[in-house]
Ligand binder design. Structure first.
Ligand SMILES: C[S@@+](CC[C@H](N)C(=O)[O-])C[C@H]1O[C@@H](n2cnc3c(N)ncnc32)[C@H](O)[C@@H]1O
Ligand SMILES: Nc1nc2[nH]cc(C(=O)O)c2c(=O)[nH]1
Ligand code: SF4
Ligand SMILES: [Mg+2]
Length: 210
């Protein structure tokens, strides 16, 4: 295939820049502790300064891969897939999620919600970012809202985001990893005073698994 053909397929979401895929345990949020196959799609220009996968940002660094190939491998490992990135909604997620649907998989996404919500999802984890706020549709469709707490102002940001999110979404505060020791006590205190929130920890990092 020549470069133009590949570009065309990536534009349609039939090929995606695949950074990595791996079978592990969901470490964060509502499904913490549950085995799932992770598919990490390259490409993100949201630019969070504390992002823990900056290597994912440049899509050119990750090989364009056919969605059919991604699906085939994932289905061999698990009945649940978590699509993450990078920012997966950089791309049209319809072909990829159609493929997973055909395999009767449960399809989850980790997203900032900053771009058009494409694809068909059983679980949407919305993690809004100040630099590029989610679309209205992302707020409407989110199953969980997971706000990263890096500093004290982020509690206010979390409340603002919760007001915009549908009322059924489950609310999580997750410490930014590098400041976890400082922020965890503040989060614990906040949640005891505001019990509509729960804490989410990046348990895979404590477990030293991917
Ligand atoms: C790497 S992002 C990829 C998906 C999407 N771009 C997003 O931000 O939701 C996956 C999850 O990790 C969170 N995250 C990224 N860096 C983090 C860090 N340093 N500490 C805690 N959570 C982090 C994000 O907020 C998001 O919920
Ligand atoms: N185990 C594990 N759980 C995760 N939950 C969200 C992750 C992500 O990077 O999107 C992630 C990840 O990278 N690993
Ligand atoms: S939106 Fe997600 S992948 Fe993009 S920089 Fe922020 S945390 Fe990293
Ligand atoms: Mg991660």
């Amino acid at each position: 295939m020549n470069l133009e053909e590949i570009k065309h397929l990536v534009n349609k979401g039939e090929m995606l820049p695949l950074m990595e895929d791996f079978y592990t345990i969901q470490g964060e949020g509502h499904h913490t502790g549950t085995a799932a196959y992770f598919v990490r799609i390259g490409g993100c220009d949201v630019g969070c300064h504390w992002c823990d996968v900056k290597e994912s940002w440049d899509p050119e660094k990750h090989p364009p891969t056919r969605t059919s190939e991604i699906v085939k491998k994932a289905a061999q490992w698990s009945d649940t897939v978590v699509v993450t990135g990078g920012e997966p909604l950089t791309w049209d997620m319809s072909p990829l999620t159609k493929g997973f649907r055909n395999e009767n998989m449960k399809i989850h996404i980790e997203t900032s919600g900053a771009y058009k919500l494409t694809g068909s999802w059983d679980w949407i984890c919305l993690s809004p970012k100040k630099n590029k706020l989610p679309t209205q549709e992302a707020y409407k469709e989110a199953n969980e809202l997971k706000v990263i707490i890096y500093n004290k102002h982020d509690f206010k940001f979390a409340e603002d985001q919760a007001l915009k999110t549908n009322e059924n979404a489950i609310l999580y505060l997750q410490p930014e990893w590098s400041v976890r020791e400082k922020m965890m006590p503040l989060i614990v205190d906040y949640i005891m005073k505001n019990p509509n929130w729960k804490i989410s920890l990046q348990t895979h990092k404590y477990l030293r698994i991917p």
